[in-house]
Design a protein around this ligand. Structure first.
Ligand code: GSH
Length: 201
């Protein structure tokens, strides 16, 4: 059985449970208490030298990087709707997976870290910069989603689960990508049972 090292407030970990639950793949959760520094202890470093969640263990295979985990699960269980095999659609899925990590994740992390965890030490300039980046990124998302219900076509893929998990993360900071097209897409995603189940409670 798969083992997922996880924390419910990690968007990177939640995107993986969204897929596993949606595809009804059995797995066990190992909660990593980030708030208690469990990820910094030697025992966890042997699981993930980056000291981060998620990590997936499948027999002798141990992998980190949430999007690599999503791809692995799709490849292993032939989840071709979630990770289409035709080169063009797959390229679009990969594009959004990389965009999510390279462009969207940094401002989301900055905003949530400062607004939720830093209290009086929050850096207002970092938050303002994050907000301005989000406005630009929302337009980019909307550019695709105004002509397509999901990022890579008519059905949801792992790109939607991955990008959507960052929008959920913004909600922790009581923020959203305020664009009607993006909001409508997020509502569609929220109706996917696995995605809905992954939301932090
Ligand atoms: N690129 C990694 C990022 C993982 C990540 O940043 N995880 C956060 C939780 S959302 C974490 O474990 N943070 C603890 C730390 O970096 O000290 C992925 O996509 O899996």
């Amino acid at each position: 059985m798969l083992t997922l090292y996880h924390h419910a407030f990690s968007q990177h970990a939640r995107r993986v449970t969204a897929l596993l639950d949606e595809a009804a793949i059995p797995y066990s959760i190992q909660h990593v208490a980030l708030n208690e520094g469990a990820h910094l202890r030697a025992a966890y470093r042997t699981v993930n030298a980056n000291r981060q969640v998620p990590t997936l263990v499948d027999g002798t295979l141990t992998i980190h990087e949430s999007n690599a985990i999503l791809r692995y699960v799709c490849n292993k269980y032939a989840l071709v709707d979630w990770y289409p095999t035709d080169p063009e659609t797959r390229a679009i899925v990969d594009q959004w997976l990389d965009w999510n990590q390279c462009r969207l994740a940094p401002p989301v992390t900055d905003i949530v870290y400062n607004r939720v965890f830093m209290g009086a030490g929050a850096d207002a300039a970092v938050i303002a910069s994050g907000e301005s980046q989000l406005a630009e990124l929302a337009e980019i998302l909307a550019g695709t989603l105004s002509s397509s219900p999901y990022l890579a076509g008519n059905g949801p893929t792992i790109a939607d689960l991955s990008v959507g998990s960052n929008l959920t993360q913004l909600l922790l900071a009581e923020m959203a990508m305020a664009h009607p097209v993006v909001e409508a897409w997020y509502q569609r995603l929220s109706l996917i049972p696995g995605f809905a189940r992954s939301l932090p409670s």
